[in-house]
Design a protein around this ligand. Structure first.
Ligand code: NI
Length: 227
């Protein structure tokens, strides 16, 4: 499932984040790429250990944990601290699949990347190219969202960023290890949760069927979750 989540940051917050990244020192994006990815990647990244990188990462993390749609779709067990990248004119990231396991910087821990996410920070009118193109079962989908909006997609997907031909594309990206490893099961739980919420908005939270369906939702998580 490829899901676009609007307003993870509002336009003002996205602008503030974007401006804060511009004041920071950037490094070559190949610093965090494996050998295959490094051969097709030309961009810059904000070092996570820098004060600006750490503070911005914290801002995005807080926004994620407050976003009900993200929590419902990802059912996160662990979230890798969000990072930031920047594509200027001519920069691109060719087709690749993200590494399955990533080390969490600064601590002795790894996460399995079940979901990939890109949070757009640049206004789409401010640059050309720079589409995130994700291969799905119904063909390639090009994603370019308003500043503050995010796309969440299975980390198993082949994807690329087309070359930027004007302006600059700044975004945040990160990975999630979900409590629910199977993408199919995550989709079932997301559909059920959204249906319950939609129903309860009309019937109120005390409706007997809503209470029963909520019980079924939690019992499925009990069956399927890894914690
Ligand atoms: Ni990638």
């Amino acid at each position: 499932m490829l899901l676009c989540i609007p307003d993870v940051l509002n336009a003002q917050e996205a602008k503030r984040c974007r401006e804060a990244t511009l004041a920071a020192d950037w490094e070559d994006g190949r610093a965090t790429a494996g050998p295959q990815s490094a051969s097709v990647k030309t961009n810059r990244q904000l070092p996570l250990e820098s004060p600006a990188g750490a503070a911005l990462s914290e801002t995005v993390s807080r926004a994620l944990l407050a976003n009900q749609l993200f929590l419902s779709a990802a059912l996160p067990l662990r979230i890798l601290p969000p990072m930031f990248n920047r594509y200027g004119v001519g920069q691109t990231f060719g087709a690749h699949v993200d590494n399955a396991i990533r080390r969490v910087r600064g601590v002795d821990a790894t996460i399995r990347t079940d979901l990939s996410a890109t949070l757009f920070l640049s206004d789409p009118e401010s640059y050309e190219g720079g589409e995130l193109t994700i291969e799905t079962s119904s063909g390639a989908q090009a994603v370019k969202l308003p500043a503050g909006h995010m796309v969440l997609y299975p980390a198993t997907s082949l994807h690329l960023v087309t070359p930027v031909t004007r302006g600059e594309r700044i975004s945040s990206f990160f990975w999630v290890q979900s409590m629910i490893r199977s993408a199919e099961r995550r989709t079932i739980l997301f559909d059920l949760d959204q249906t319950i919420q939609d129903m309860q908005a009309r019937t109120g939270p005390a409706d007997e069927n809503g209470v029963r369906l909520t019980g079924i939702y939690h019992n499925l998580i009990r069956q399927w979750a890894e914690t």
